[in-house]
Write a protein that binds this ligand. Structure first.
Ligand code: CO8
Length: 257
């Protein structure tokens, strides 16, 4: 039997997805996208999902882009369908109701960078390389890069990257706000463990609420977004989590969520 192109490990609701095609630097072909979409369908129905961490197999690459070998012969209609499949899948990852974190462990190019941009935040190993090199192949980003990259790093830097196709290292990615943190590759696992521990210690409804407020609020004007925050904040007070969290503080003990 062939090896799964997506590995999934569920650690009490903190789910680690690993794109497993290291022989092609984890490039996204339709097999990977179909498998990823299937996993996301399952995660959407997960009764106690707390967070999703996504990474690439091996020590060299997160995702080196869409699969160029597969894309090469496509007609415009086929390219549109392929981009449509990727956009749909990436959107489902982005709209999971829990934090989605990219652990970028090497090349993060083209469709790989676009995948990382759909995550709530990204952390990178110090050997990571980022870029939108599509223009070197005679195309533009097609998995959301021209839209999510300017929203993350501003339009000037986004066009700098998309028009030149230049690659940047993890330090520059940190400086422009593409990633939240950079660490030696050997420390990425410890970060993932620590993050898992932190998220497990927090109220799961509150964590989901924080994501919803930020995510949905970004698409609204400030007054509407503040009113959304107030509604979600008030809703917390109808939950056992709020009772437990605040009682634990007053009783000088750790909350049990
Ligand atoms: N697609 C397919 N195969 C790939 C890809 C890729 N994106 N990247 C690497 N590979 C394969 C190589 O072909 C090679 O395979 P083989 O061993 O069979 O020859 C293997 O992975 C290892 O790669 P290299 O030998 O090239 O490794 P190096 O360390 O020398 O170089 C690089 C690593 C710099 C990452 C180099 O592989 C590279 O430049 N890769 C391509 C990066 C790229 O251009 N990515 C963007 C792709 S386009 C894209 O993502 C657009 C998305 C929108 C599509 C719109 C819908 C149609």
């Amino acid at each position: 039997m062939s090896e799964a192109v997506i590995d999934k490990v569920d650690n009490d609701g903190v789910v680690r997805l690993t794109i497993n095609r290291p022989q092609a630097l984890n490039a996204l072909n339709s097999q990977v996208l179909t498998a990823l979409e299937k996993e996301l369908t399952e995660l959407e129905a997960h009764p106690s999902l707390r967070a999703v961490l996504i990474t690439g197999a091996g020590e060299k690459s997160f995702v080196a882009g869409a699969d160029i070998t597969e894309m090469r012969e496509k007609t415009p209609e086929e390219a549109r369908a392929f981009a449509g499949q990727a956009l749909r899948t990436i959107k489902r990852l982005e709209t999971l109701p829990v934090p989605v974190v990219a652990l970028v462990n090497g090349f993060c190019l083209g469709g790989g960078c676009e995948l990382a941009l759909a995550c709530d935040w990204a952390v990178a190993s110090d050997n990571a390389i980022f870029g939108q090199p599509e223009v070197l192949l005679g195309v533009i980003p097609g998995f959301g890069g021209t839209q999510r990259l300017p929203r993350r790093v501003g339009p000037a830097m986004a066009l700098d990257l998309c028009a030149t196709g230049r690659k940047i290292d993890a330090t520059e990615a940190l400086r422009i706000g593409l990633v939240n943190r950079v660490m030696p590759q050997a420390e990425l696992e410890a970060y993932a463990d620590e993050l898992t521990k932190q998220l497990m210690g927090n109220g799961p409804r509150a964590v989901r609420g924080a994501k919803q407020a930020i995510h949905d609020g970004m698409d609204q004007d400030l007054d509407s977004a503040l009113s959304l925050e107030t509604s979600l904040f008030a809703l917390c007070f109808a939950s056992e989590e709020q009772t437990e969290g605040m009682s634990a503080f007053v009783e000088k003990r750790k909350p049990s969520f």
